[in-house]
Design a protein around this ligand. Structure first.
Ligand code: FEO
Length: 404
């Protein structure tokens, strides 16, 4: 049975949810599932904006058939050529032989890479500010390269003041019938997944997101239709403000993230003691994570949220403990910047993790180490408690300063 929702008089959500997929992109856990959003504009010309993943193709095709009622699909606009959105292009091209494909030049070459069916004579490439009239609606195309693939564009419907935003403003999580953000408690139930989605998938491309936000700010946008997650009608400035922070690598909260690696609980103990000292200093937003048991995507997301990051880690094979090394490499690759940091190193002999973590942080823009790495030799000793308390005081003072 079809399962669609009306967005405006002429525009329908024809996407579908996947609650079976365990790992998005075969890497990110999605315990709440994910939605693949596609939108059908019914006008003098019928236009579909993006398709969906193969996994939900049956529902998607039923949705389109129901709304078209035997009429032709005239255009497929391809804002993004990643397979979770472009999987059904060939299927639709065969089903609707007159359908034209509207996309960027780069997307056209990706169509040739992904598909064997030759669709060249049906491809209509567009550039910045090109338009498409569909009858009542006029669509304008805005290039959004690397948000988050190079071929991406977004589409603006001036008639409805509606932006089809591709991956921008997307979110993990299946839609439980409520496809509009104003039908949900986004800040309470969805923000963490939105942050985890953005930081891990788009996080590297802050400059490109900034360029898109600048273009969007020049438009009158009253509805945002992303390729994943809820559609935005209200509270658009709330989400744009989050994007401003994330894409400029500014912390969202004055908060301390303590990420520790610990083989036998001794480095963990020091992390716990420091967390308690920070609480006694009056810091309220403190979170402690074991890097070995917390998914990397959650660690990354939390690093983007918090103003202060403490890394506690043993030396392992004359290097940084591997899981911590992976975390550090990932936040560097994702361009995380502008954080205050502190380190705890542990080594029963030949300790180098503090030095190596320091070197890694020094290669990242705007990272400020608040103190030299705090040294542990196997375990935290009573005579070190005063020094650890001093470190907690330094971190707490810096957190308070970041609140001003
Ligand atoms: Fe949901 Fe970049 O694809």
């Amino acid at each position: 049975m079809h399962c669609t929702r009306k967005i405006t008089n002429d525009i329908y959500w024809v996407g579908a949810n996947d609650r079976r997929l365990a790992l998005f992109e075969n890497i990110f856990p999605i315990p709440r599932g994910v939605s693949y959003n596609s939108y059908l504009l019914t006008d003098e010309k019928n236009v579909l904006l993006d398709t969906v993943d193969f996994a939900v193709s049956r529902q998607f095709l039923e949705n389109i058939d129901f709304l078209l009622q035997g009429k032709a699909l005239d255009y497929l606009i391809i804002n993004h050529m990643e397979p979770d959105h472009c999987a059904l292009i060939e299927t639709l091209a065969e089903k609707f032989p007159e359908m034209r494909l509207v996309c960027t030049e780069k997307a056209a070459s990706m169509i040739r890479q992904f598909y064997t069916l030759n669709m060249d004579d049906r491809i209509q490439t567009v550039k910045e500010m090109d338009t498409l009239d569909t009858g009542k609606h006029k669509l304008t195309f805005l290039m959004a390269p690397f948000v988050h693939w190079p071929e991406v564009m977004v589409t603006y419907d001036a008639t409805e003041k509606l932006l089809y935003s591709a991956d921008a403003f997307g979110c993990f999580g299946a839609l439980d019938g409520r496809i509009f953000e104003d039908e949900l408690n986004f800040d309470r139930d969805w923000l963490d997944d939105a942050r985890r989605y953005y930081t891990n998938i788009v996080g590297k491309y802050g400059n490109q997101v900034q360029a898109l936000l600048k273009k969007v700010s020049a438009l009158d946008v009253q509805t945002v239709c992303p390729l994943h997650g809820p559609v935005w009608r209200d509270h658009i400035p709330y989400f744009i403000e989050k994007y401003q922070k994330w894409s400029t690598y500014q912390p969202e909260s004055s908060a301390v993230m303590i990420a520790y690696a610990s083989m036998y609980g001794n480095t963990e103990n020091a992390a716990e003691v420091l967390a308690g000292m920070l609480a006694e200093e009056g810091i309220t937003d403190i979170s402690v994570y074991d890097v070995s048991s917390t998914h990397l995507s959650s660690l990354v997301s939390e690093a983007f949220r918090c103003s202060h990051i403490v890394l506690a880690c043993p030396t392992y094979n004359a290097a940084v403990y591997p899981v911590m090394e992976t975390f550090l490499t990932d936040i560097k690759e994702l361009n995380l910047q502008n954080r205050k940091a502190a380190l705890i190193e542990n080594g029963s002999w030949a300790s180098v993790s503090g030095k190596l973590m320091t070197q890694k942080l020094e290669t990242m823009k705007g990272m400020e180490l608040l103190a030299p790495a705090f040294p542990l030799k196997s375990t935290l000793k009573a005579e070190q408690m005063a020094d650890l308390k001093k470190l907690a005081g330094t971190i707490a003072a810096s957190v308070r300063q970041s609140e001003q």
